[in-house]
Ligand binder design. Structure first.
Ligand code: GL2
Length: 812
């Protein structure tokens, strides 16, 4: 007999009265306060709980449906998640926005007041972390049983402050006031070992015993990830490191040695203390490797625990489990699963290896050689001695396979080895990731092609079928509906319904309206209103935005050279009919990346200089809103007219800001890099401002004796811009940037300058015809439906994960 029959929790109601009642109950019984004394924070927390309850009810039905189906699960392992603010999204996904707006009035607050207090968990650096957040959203939206695993960093990506001195960093204590969206799950705590040594087991061949020298606890909590327009609610499970009880030394404390008494616990907790704020390059620090193993070890044990709830034996493990590695950060999972299967569950090596290879898939997010993680063998050996032994064995067997396929090709064997020998012995995580997985994918067509042709070429020759492309995408809910409500309403009206939010290719229907003058007029008015809201500059000026991490390959320097050229042009002829522009930069630089911080300092200098210049400032304004994060992106993107995607071709794996901006009707000026190529192919070459060399030309330039000085000599406008920098007009930062450009100019900025400026002139011409611009803008939105992360997830599901949706039945 089912003991639960007929009983169950009271379900959250659907009416305004019920919502109101629940809000008050939560205020009294969970927050412990009263209407009279409720602060804004009390109201925020209470509202969040009330909304969360509605999602939790769906979560319970989701879990029941998943349990009954026993499907193949997708486990997404990622060191980063940039989830963005939660309240508005959860109101939308639970369809309680109107109820909430009414209900909170009785507490004396508006929804907008409370949204100000919402948390933004900044548990990621940039595109890679935001992609993870969009993918978990879309997995739920497409009813795919999935769990996202990550680390609950105490401090997320730093808070950026911009002054005339450039960027300074402050810690981001994102959950200082608590996080109402989070459920702690202390019962699912895991134990993780580090250091120590290995011992042979008498009679065993490959099995070994690992005796760790340090033990740390991983304590999980989860946040709910609802699907849009569906019943599914998945979770993101985040691990936080804790010392064990034994890590507190009571006798030392009693002896007054307070710091020593807690040092072991502090050491343990440091593992999840901070997100590493470097982007695309590795710091090479032991703590980071520790973080990676911590994430992997906790998550794999949790995955196995979940598997065993429903299955016996290992034969079906790979049929029930796919683990997607988000870049190389969690790649040590391949060695850890082998260790668990061989050492702890006593499987034969070959069987364990077959399971492991069929379980994992790997997404590569870069082409920059310096961003492909490697770890010194000596560090690995100290921290994870058993894993290194396992990697050696994997490597030995793998290299035998290579030798058998390419007899006598010693150079190939050396190139492909998981262990690099020069200049010091290092573990190449990308090689391990390719060897230990069933599928490897890049994140845009060009990126996947270049991976096969360059960095992973040897592997693609050995296993051509393993390599795939899955072009990135973004959530239309967060980046259109929530970020740009005005445009969303117009689109819904134009298309006669809001189905497009769950089926973004429907935006193509807007093409029919691109010739309708009154529609175009409303489209323009919305852009203008969004600019007024952003309040960054004159809403009638062309809002030209470059919003992304600061990295030399992304070439914020190139944009600055254009700004200086405009400055010179305006000064030379102040009475000409200039197109007024507001140039907006936003983004963070890794704290230790000096060249990138120099560029930020230079922007601050140029912005101040132009603002103080009465001749230039009517036409040109440079702004730099500080602390770029998901929330700020949601304000800037709807207001953008022009999207700067100007990386050197062959360097940006995909980009996702490019997609968000095009979806919101910004026109792109860009190179043939990353997903720009696919955007241009869809929106049409005539609605995209292309410039610069292609990836093949760029790859050969330095070899062919590229000389920045030749470009300096040949182009008067470029020379004048660089001379202004060299003269110190924009401070030492300007001098140093100029020196770098005239030194090696690694990212070929000067080579692309003329083509860029010509393309910008084309932008001005298009802008002078508002009707034409609006039409181009509509067509960008209309043809960007492909870039929904729902499509991305469907591609992964069909081609890599081979999983089917599991619909969750509606309530009762
Ligand atoms: C990145 C790439 O640089 C970026 O082009 C891509 O869009 C994202 C998501 O695939 O991944 N790789 C990387 O290490 N970071 C990125 O943003 N940080």
């Amino acid at each position: 007999m089912d003991l639960r029959q007929g009983i169950g929790p009271r379900r959250p109601g659907k009416t305004a009265d019920e919502f109101q009642q629940d809000l008050l109950s939560n205020l009294f019984y969970r927050r412990g306060t009263t209407v009279e004394s409720a602060s804004a924070r009390d109201a925020y927390e209470t509202l969040s709980l009330t909304v969360r309850d509605r999602l939790a009810e769906r979560r319970s039905r989701t879990a029941a449906a998943h349990f009954a189906t026993n499907p193949r699960w997708v486990y997404y392992l990622s060191a980063e998640y940039l989830l963005g603010a939660q309240l508005e999204q959860n109101l939308l996904y639970s369809d309680t926005g109107d109820l909430a707006a009414e209900a909170v009035k009785t507490l004396g607050f508006s929804l907008e007041d409370l949204e100000e207090l919402d948390i933004e968990p900044g548990l990621g650096n940039g595109g890679l972390g935001r992609l993870a957040a969009c993918l978990v959203d879309s997995m739920a939206t497409r009813d795919i049983p999935a769990v996202g695993y990550g680390i609950r960093y105490d401090f997320g990506i730093f808070h950026q402050i911009i002054t005339e001195e450039g960027q300074t960093e402050r810690p981001d204590d994102w959950a200082f006031h608590g996080n109402p969206w989070e459920f702690p799950a202390p019962d699912d705590r895991q134990t993780v070992g580090f250091y120590g040594h290995t011992e042979p087991i008498p009679g065993a061949q490959t099995r070994k015993r690992w005796v760790p020298g340090e033990i740390v606890l991983g304590e999980p909590s989860h946040m709910l990830v609802p699907g849009y327009g569906t019943e599914t609610v998945n979770i993101v499970r985040l691990w936080r490191a804790r010392g064990s009880e034994a890590s507190f030394d009571l006798s030392r404390f009693s002896a007054g040695q307070y710091a020593e008494a807690v040092q072991e616990a502090v050491r343990a907790e440091n593992i999840s203390k901070v997100l590493y704020p470097d982007d695309s390059t590795e710091l090479g620090r032991e703590l980071r490797l520790k973080q990676q193993y911590f994430l992997v070890s906790c998550s794999l044990r949790d995955i196995i625990r979940r598997f065993r709830l429903r299955n016996e034996g290992w034969a079906e493990f790979a049929d029930k489990t796919v683990i997607q590695l988000n870049d190389t950060h969690p790649t040590i999972a391949i060695a850890e699963l082998m260790r668990l299967l061989v050492d702890e569950y006593e499987l034969e090596w070959d069987e364990a290896w077959s399971i492991t290879r069929r379980t994992f898939a790997y997404t590569c997010h870069t082409l920059l050689p310096e961003a492909l993680e490697t770890w010194p063998v000596h560090m690995f050996e100290r921290l994870l001695p058993r894993h290194l032994e396992i990697i050696y064995l994997i490597n030995m067997l793998f290299l035998k396979e290579v030798e058998a396929r390419f007899p006598g090709d010693h150079d190939r064997v050396r190139r492909m080895s998981i262990i690099g020998e020069e200049p010091e012995r290092r573990v190449r995580m990308a090689h391990l990731a390719v060897v230990g997985t069933e599928a490897v994918n890049g994140v845009a067509e060009l990126h996947s092609k270049l991976l096969r042709e360059t960095v992973l070429n040897d592997f693609a020759e050995l296993w051509p079928a393993k390599f795939q492309n899955v072009t990135n995408g973004v959530s239309p809910r967060r980046f259109v509906k929530i970020a740009n409500p005005r445009l969303s309403d117009l689109i819904t009206e134009g298309l006669g319904g809001d189905d497009w939010l769950g089926d973004l290719e429907r935006l193509a229907g807007l093409e029919a309206l691109a010739g309708d003058a009154s529609f175009l007029e409303r489209w323009r008015a919305i852009k203008r209103a969004n600019k007024v809201d952003l309040a960054a500059g004159d809403p009638d000026s062309l809002t030209d935005v470059m919003i992304k991490r600061f990295h030399e390959y992304k070439r914020q320097q190139l944009k600055l050279l254009h700004v200086i050229a405009m400055y010179h042009r305006i000064r030379a002829d102040p009475s000409a009919d200039w197109v007024p522009r507001t140039v907006l930069f936003a983004g963070k630089a890794a704290p230790a990346y000096h060249a990138a911080k120099e560029i930020i300092r230079l922007i601050a200098m140029i912005a101040a200089r132009i603002a103080a210049d009465p001749v230039v400032s009517p036409y040109l304004k440079v702004v730099f809103p500080e602390n770029y994060n998901v929330t700020l992106a949601e304000r800037i993107i709807p207001a953008a007219d022009l999207s700067e995607q100007i990386s050197l071709a062959g360097k940006e794996a995909s980009g996702t800001g490019n997609m968000k901006l095009a979806l919101n009707g910004a026109l792109t000026i860009g190179t043939l890099d990353g997903a720009n190529i696919e955007i241009r192919a869809r929106v049409g070459a005539e609605n995209f401002f292309l410039f610069g060399m292609d990836a093949y030309q760029a790859a050969n330039a330095h070899q062919q004796g590229y000389s920045p000085w030749a470009y300096y000599e040949a182009d008067g406008e470029l020379r004048a811009a660089l001379d202004t920098l060299r003269a110190g007009t924009f401070g030492e930062a300007g001098q140093r940037v100029a020196a770098s450009l005239l030194g090696r100019d690694e990212y070929l900025t000067l080579a692309d300058f003329r083509s860029y400026v010509e393309s910008q002139d084309e932008v001005d011409r298009a802008w002078r015809d508002p009707q034409r611009w609006a039409r181009m803008s509509v067509l960008n939105t209309a043809h960007s439906g492909f870039f929904s992360s729902d499509r991305t997830v469907s591609d992964y599901a069909a081609r890599i994960w081979r999983v089917a949706p599991v619909p969750v039945p509606k309530e009762g």
